[in-house]
Write a protein that binds this ligand. Structure first.
Ligand code: GTP
Ligand code: IMP
Ligand code: MG
Length: 413
């Protein structure tokens, strides 16, 4: 999946938590760089290495491969306090996090304490209509960037914060005493990590190095093409990935769409084949479907082939990677969504709803495939072929468990 002198994007094809971190860690074995390009510490990538669990949030999963360099690109929003905590947690687990192998772009916008506060306040004010954000201040930080209101990493580490305090005083209100001083101190600590990552990554590509881009969240949460307004505030669309890093689109040659054999969603919003009751509870428990960032129980559903097909089109997946088929083992039948039906008109919809009102009106059309006893059962391979045929993209990698080595390359051509 990795080509010399080219970047490969690993992105979520559903609502996030598909197991991108695990796949990135696996692919990072052959990579020189692993880069984040969007989102922030709303992400939670879980890696299981030698039975030990490591969770990364803003730092790319490649950090656990000592030979790999990692990059936080300009398109990411960075909470310096969250980053410091994450660096501390990784170091406590024996991971080397040093400026020689971690680069932070000075143009990444900052998440300030006021962004976190306004994220939570806005969610409370929306009450029943809340998005169900992670509360990490991601949306308000991107909004500030769009307003050209917010300081960026470069301002923090190169003594530019006082200028911003005068320019955008509202962002510095309501802070606990001592927080501003602690932030400045953090700026000094982070300074050695900050450099021009556009030069770093483009030069690496020019020299034939292998670069992996680690998507966060998932295509159905994309700010533009997801289930708006129940989406995140960044674009994880494949077409935007180069932009978040400052590399040309043609330097990105592979787009790996990662999906679970079923589906999960954290937070609110449309989920047409959502399961409930004891069966949903069983699936959630068996799949350990609890958020890696917030601990919230994930909503569960059958695999939505219509959504997967639409997102394959939108993002141009060159190959798919399937995770968590092991969680479904032992079931008599496994459901897939093949279309939607309008509840009001009964009309069959074969494409992706584009407006909130349409989403509220749809019910999923389900078909059931025979289940598999274990992953050697031919029914499992038949299920994978069913997905390939419906989506029109090969399933190149199959993950068979959370561990680094649990999985196999299936069909890369
Ligand atoms: P976000 O960036 O937050 O969207 O996360 P992610 O896509 O990196 O996934 P996350 O780590 O949040 O969730 C995936 C979970 O599934 C983790 O707990 C993984 O350890 C686990 N996992 C990954 N692949 C498999 C698999 O094939 N089988 C099982 N049983 N677990 C898996
Ligand atoms: P925000 O990104 O915190 O603003 O949250 C917006 C929506 O995206 C909510 O539904 C969150 O639950 C969801 N979300 C954000 N990050 C992740 C992630 O990494 N995995 C899964 N869902 C996420
Ligand atoms: Mg996650």
């Amino acid at each position: 999946m990795l080509l010399a002198g080219r970047a490969t994007l690993v992105m979520g094809a559903q609502f996030g938590d598909e197991g991108k971190g695990k796949l990135v860690d696996r692919l990072a074995e052959g990579a020189d760089f692993v880069c984040r390009v969007q989102g922030g510490n709303n992400a939670g990538h879980t890696l299981v290495i030698g039975g030990k669990k490591i969770v990364t949030h803003a730092i790319p999963s490649g950090i656990v491969r000592p030979e790999c360099q990692v990059v936080i690109g300009a398109g990411v929003v960075v909470d310096p306090f969250g980053l410091k905590a994450e660096i501390g947690e990784l170091r406590a687990q024996g991971v080397t996090v040093e400026p020689a192998r971690v680069s932070l772009d000075p143009r990444a916008a900052l998440i300030l304490p006021s962004h976190r506060a306004s994220d939570k306040a806005r969610e409370s004010s929306l009450a029943g209509e809340a998005i169900g954000t992670t509360g990490r201040g991601i949306g308000p930080a991107y909004a500030s960037r769009a307003f050209r209101d917010a300081p960026r990493i470069g301002d923090l580490v190169w003594d530019g914060m006082d200028v911003w305090r005068e320019r955008s005083p509202h962002l510095f209100e309501g802070w606990e005493s001592g927080t501003y001083e602690a932030l400045l101190e953090l700026g000094r600590e982070l300074r050695p990590f900050v450099r021009d990552t556009v030069v770093l990554v483009n030069d690496a590509l020019d020299h034939g190095r292998k670069v992996l881009v680690e998507g966060a969240q998932g295509a159905l949460l994309d700010n533009l093409f997801g289930t708006y307004p129940y989406v995140t505030s960044s674009q994880m669309l494949a077409g935007a990935a180069g932009g978040g890093l400052g590399i040309a689109p043609w330097k990105l040659s592979q787009v790996v769409g990662v999906f679970k054999a079923y589906a999960t969603r954290v937070g609110n919003g449309p989920f047409p084949a959502e399961l409930s009751g004891p069966f949903a509870e069983e699936l959630r428990t068996k799949g350990h479907e609890f958020g890696a960032t917030t601990g919230r129980p994930r909503r569960v559903s059958w695999l939505d082939l219509l959504a997967l097909k639409y997102m394959a089109k939108t993002n141009g997946f060159t190959v798919l990677a399937m995770t968590k088929g092991d969680v479904l083992a032992g079931m008599d039948h496994v459901g897939v969504v093949t279309g939607y039906r309008s509840r009001t008109t009964g009309e069959i919809m074969t494409s992706w709803p584009m407006r909130c009102e349409e989403w509220e009106d749809v019910e999923a059309i389900l078909e059931f495939a025979p289940g598999w006893r274990n992953l050697q059962d031919p029914a499992f391979e038949r299920f994978i072929r069913l997905v390939e045929e419906a989506v029109g993209v090969n399933v190149g990698y199959v993950s068979t468990g959370p561990g680094r080595d649990e999985g196999y390359i299936r069909n890369l051509c």
